[in-house]
Design a protein around this ligand. Structure first.
Ligand SMILES: Cc1cc2nc3c(=O)[nH]c(=O)nc-3n(C[C@H](O)[C@H](O)[C@H](O)COP(=O)(O)O)c2cc1C
Length: 398
């Protein structure tokens, strides 16, 4: 029997296999961020396709952290609990497990979406959204920490099997950890301990709200593609500090930020899809689009690390050796043999996938029934470019 289909626990949550659908923004909630029937149908595909766990796309913990991407799911008010409950009940009826990813987007959004100034550790704009954020004061920081706790409690009340704190990809918590975006001189900046403080406090507060037996996960960046950006060694330090809080049940390892380009989701550079679907590019006139295609994109492409299978695995393997929490590795997991080897060689405990499952939600069952040896996804990244203004989909089949 393939090791991929052996059970393992994350805290109190027993998963039937090692394949996880990682968080991927769906754009399937309504204007207020309530999960929709289409969202349930989308997750149902993964559950029926044999996945061990669904982690939802990121859900906003408060209005100031709302995403600029199309129709983000929200968990910022008790009024939303019944709508989430309807979703989790239906997933559980199918025998599925589902965890809500909770996030504050920090400087990776626009104030036109949040209705208020962007928040960040320092007043430095993200190179993609290009909007100057306000440097957070202590009240702002404690308000975010507290809202993470409240959002996690709502997730528990709504029937989710756990929460995942988004500490990666250039969103608020990861900007505190990174020297690239955190220039503070107070107890929230400077030394690594100080830069980690908001993550540690968030984990402790979340567990205080949900209780020690409720599964709490965190997603961290191993690499950022930025000057002074997070390194694998710093991520190792962060993972150890996460473990030391005794308030976390698993760590998922990823990489990249919005301004770093296609690092988080490596592969093709989706020029046409960017110009068609991604703000602000799609608003350009033809002349600017031409300059963008011929001059700017080739320059950006030079900075992009290439796609290699399981591109976060070497960092994850190093981290797994030093912590005893379960490790989930995301990024470029494509062939069954590669995933089995990664687990058998104790480089990771779980593998998680985003793009391949958009095209083939039943990939786990295909692997299990020997109908496939590798995902069909060719990493074109059109799905990433389009999620700014469209619901999630694979452009190979639509
Ligand atoms: C359309 C799309 C939306 C994404 N949204 C999220 C998200 O909401 N939260 C998150 O942590 N990562 C998000 N990601 C990143 C994925 O979780 C994952 O780290 C990345 O795609 C690499 O994995 P893959 O090679 O299996 O696609 C998204 C990726 C895609 C393709």
């Amino acid at each position: 029997m393939s090791v991929l289909f052996t059970p393992l626990k994350i805290g109190t949550l027993e998963l039937s296999n090692r394949m996880i659908r990682t968080a991927s923004h769906e754009g399937l909630s309504d204007q207020r961020g309530r999960p929709s029937d289409e969202q349930f149908q989308f997750y149902k595909g993964f559950v029926e396709g044999g996945i061990g766990l669904v982690i939802t796309g990121y859900a906003g913990i408060m209005q100031s952290g709302k995403s600029a991407l199309f129709h983000m799911t929200m968990i910022d008010s008790d009024e939303l609990i019944p709508f989430h409950r309807k979703l989790t009940d239906r997933i559980h009826q199918l025998g599925g497990k589902i965890i809500l990813q909770i996030a504050h987007c920090g400087r990776q959004t626009w104030s036109s979406e949040t209705g208020m100034p962007l928040l960040a550790p320092s007043a430095i704009p993200c190179g993609f959204y290009c909007e100057m954020p306000r440097e957070m004061n202590e009240d702002d920081i404690y308000s975010v920490i507290e809202n993470y706790g409240k959002a996690a409690l709502r997730a528990k009340q709504a029937g989710y099997d756990g929460v995942q704190i988004h500490g990666a990809h250039g969103y608020l918590l990861s900007t505190f950890l990174s020297l690239h975006s955190n220039k503070r001189k107070d107890r929230w900046g400077g030394s690594f301990e100080n830069r980690f403080r908001i993550i540690g406090e968030t984990l402790k507060t979340v567990k205080k709200y949900v209780g020690k037996d409720y599964p709490v996960l965190i997603k961290l960046n191993t690499y950022e593609n930025a000057i002074k950006g997070t390194t694998p060694e710093e991520c190792l330090l962060a993972a150890k500090m996460v473990e030391d809080t005794n308030c976390c049940d698993a760590v998922e390892l990823s990489c990249g930020t919005n301004e770093g380009g296609f690092v988080m989701a490596r592969g093709g550079f989706p020029t046409e899809a960017l110009l068609r679907y991604t703000r602000p590019y799609c608003k350009y006139n033809q002349a600017i689009k031409f300059v963008f295609k011929k001059m700017i994109i080739p320059f950006i492409k030079l900075k992009q690390p290439p796609f290699t299978e399981g591109y976060n695995l070497s960092a994850a393997a190093m981290i797994k050796q030093s912590i005893s929490l379960p490790v989930i590795t995301v990024g470029g997991m494509r062939s069954k043999m590669f995933m089995e080897d990664a687990i058998n060689m104790k480089k990771t405990d779980f593998v998680s996938l985003a793009r391949p499952l958009i095209l083939e939600p039943d990939l786990p069952n295909k692997f299990k029934n020997r109908l496939s040896e590798a995902a069909l996804c060719d990493n074109c990244n059109d799905c990433v470019a389009a999620c700014d203004t469209r619901t999630i989909q694979c452009y190979k089949i639509n």
